[in-house]
Ligand binder design. Structure first.
Ligand code: AMP
Length: 360
C-alpha cells in the first residue's frame, strides 16, 4: 500500500533484517527523530543495539509479523531475500517500501535481466536454464566463457560458476546445486561501477556519483569516487540508474551494479536496498544513502546527493577490524564498526572512508 502522508519525526518504522545495513539505517533515522523497530531472526543482530525496538522471529512467523505491522507506520528492509509472501503480508497492513513488485523483480536474475533489457538497457546475453538440455542450448547460443548463476539467493559470488571451453556443463550445473539458473555471457569488463539512486513516493529522484568497485574473492573490498571513467560514461551510468528506479516505480534507495567495457555500460544486477558500494556517501556527501533511504520511504523531501570530497571506502573483513586503534588514530579517516562479536573470515565487520578534498 502507498504512504498516505509523510511520517513526522517521532514515527516508528519497521526494518526487516538486522545486519549492518539496518544498523546504519537506524542510526540515520535516529538523527531525524525517526525510531526504528528491527525484525530479524538472529538474536545477536547488529542493528538491535542502536534501535528503539526489536522483534526476534522468523520471516514466516505470520503472528509475529502481524504484531510487528501493528507497531510500525511502514516497513522497509535491508536485504533482497525477504520472502515475497512476507512482504505481501505486510503490504496488506502497512506501506512496504521498496514495493513488493520491485522486490520480486530483483529477487530473480532472469526476471531482473528481462526487465532491464526490456528498457533497452544493455545487459550480458542471457538465457534461463532449468536442466542440462536448456544449459546446452544456452551455451550453444551464448558461447563460452559464460557464467552460470542460480536464479535466486546468490550473493557475493555464491551460487555461481564460470564455464570455460573445457568445462563439463553437467559438472557446472551440479556445482550450483542443479537449481533453476541463468546463463550469462562473460563480459570482459575493465571496471566495475555502481549507481546508488533514491526515489521518493512523489517520483522525485536523487542519484549519487559513481563509485568504482574492487572485489576480493567476490566480496567488495573498496569503492573509489571518482571512478576512473570518463565524465560521459559516468553520466550515462547515472542516467541508466535513474531510468531503472523510475521504471520500477521504486521508493527508497537502490544499488545498480554495472560493468564498463570500453565506452559501454552494461548493467549486471540491482539490489533493492542500500548498498555496500554506497557507504562512502556517509562521509563524502551532504546526505548519506542511509538518510536518503529514510527520507524517501518516510515521504520526506530527498536530500542533496552532492559529493563534497573525494573518497575511498574500504571494507574491514574478518580480523581486519582488529586494526581499529590504528585506523581511529588517522586524521581524515572515518571509521564505522558494526558491533559484531565474531570475526569470521570474510565477514563484513566494519568499513572506513578516507577523504581527500574534491578534485573534479
Ligand atoms: P553478481 O553476483 O551477479 O554480482 O556477480 C558477482 C561478480 O561476478 C561480479 O561482481 C563480477 O565480478 C562477476 N560477474 C558476474 N557476472 C558476470 C558476467 N556476466 N561477466 C563477467 N563477470 C561477471
Amino acid at each position: 500500500m502507498r504512504l498516505r502522508a509523510p511520517l513526522p519525526p517521532g514515527s516508528t518504522i519497521g526494518i526487516l533484517g538486522g545486519g549492518q545495513l539496518a544498523r546504519m539505517l537506524s542510526l540515520a533515522a535516529a538523527r531525524l527523530g525517526v525510531n526504528c523497530h528491527i525484525y530479524a531472526p538472529e538474536k545477536d543482530s547488529p542493528a538491535f543495539a542502536v534501535s528503539a525496538a526489536h522483534t526476534v522471529a522468523a520471516y514466516d512467523d505470520f503472528a509475529a509479523l502481524e504484531a510487528f505491522a501493528g507497531k510500525v507506520a511502514l516497513v522497509t528492509y535491508e536485504f533482497e531475500n525477504v520472502p515475497g509472501e512476507t512482504a505481501a503480508f505486510l503490504d496488506a497492513r502497512v506501506p512496504v517500501a521498496p514495493g513488493v513488485a520491485a522486490l520480486r523483480t530483483a529477487q530473480d536474475r532472469v526476471d531482473e535481466k528481462t526487465f532491464i533489457s526490456g528498457l533497452g538497457i544493455p545487459v550480458a546475453p542471457f538465457a534461463a536454464v532449468s536442466d542440462i538440455a536448456s544449459l546446452e542450448a544456452a551455451l550453444a547460443r551464448i558461447g563460452r566463457p559464460a557464467v552460470l548463476k542460480t536464479r535466486r539467493f546468490g550473493y557475493d559470488g555464491k551460487g555461481q560458476t564460470k564455464i570455460y571451453d573445457a568445462t563439463d556443463p553437467e559438472a557446472a550445473f551440479a556445482e550450483i546445486g542443479r537449481q533453476a539458473a541463468i546463463l550469462e555471457g562473460f563480459v570482459s569488463f575493465e571496471r566495475e561501477i555502481s549507481v546508488i539512486a533514491a526515489r521518493g513516493w512523489s517520483g522525485e529522484i536523487a542519484v549519487y556519483d559513481v563509485p568504482e568497485n574492487h572485489h576480493d574473492n567476490h566480496i567488495l573490498k573498496t569503492s573509489t569516487v571518482p571512478a576512473g571513467i570518463s565524465p560521459d560514461v559516468a553520466e550515462r551510468a547515472r542516467t541508466l540508474g535513474g531510468r531503472i528506479i523510475a521504471a520500477l516505480d521504486y521508493v527508497g534507495v537502490i544499488g545498480v551494479e554495472m560493468f564498463v567495457a570500453g565506452e559501454e555500460v552494461i548493467v549486471n544486477e540491482i539490489a533493492p536496498r542500500v548498498h555496500n558500494s554506497g557507504h562512502w556517501t556517509m562521509d563524502a556527501c551532504h546526505v548519506s544513502q542511509f538518510e536518503q533511504h529514510i527520507r524517501a520511504v518516510c515521504g520526506w523531501p530527498l536530500g542533496s546527493a552532492e559529493r563534497h570530497s573525494d573518497v575511498v571506502m574500504t571494507n574491514l573483513l574478518g580480523d581486519e577490524a582488529a586494526r581499529w586503534r590504528e585506523l581511529a588514530a588517522e586524521p581524515g579517516l572515518h571509521l564505522h564498526l558494526y558491533g559484531k562479536s565474531e570475526a569470521r573470515p570474510g565477514r563484513k565487520m566494519g568499513d572506513f572512508n578516507r577523504l581527500a578534498p574534491r578534485q573534479a
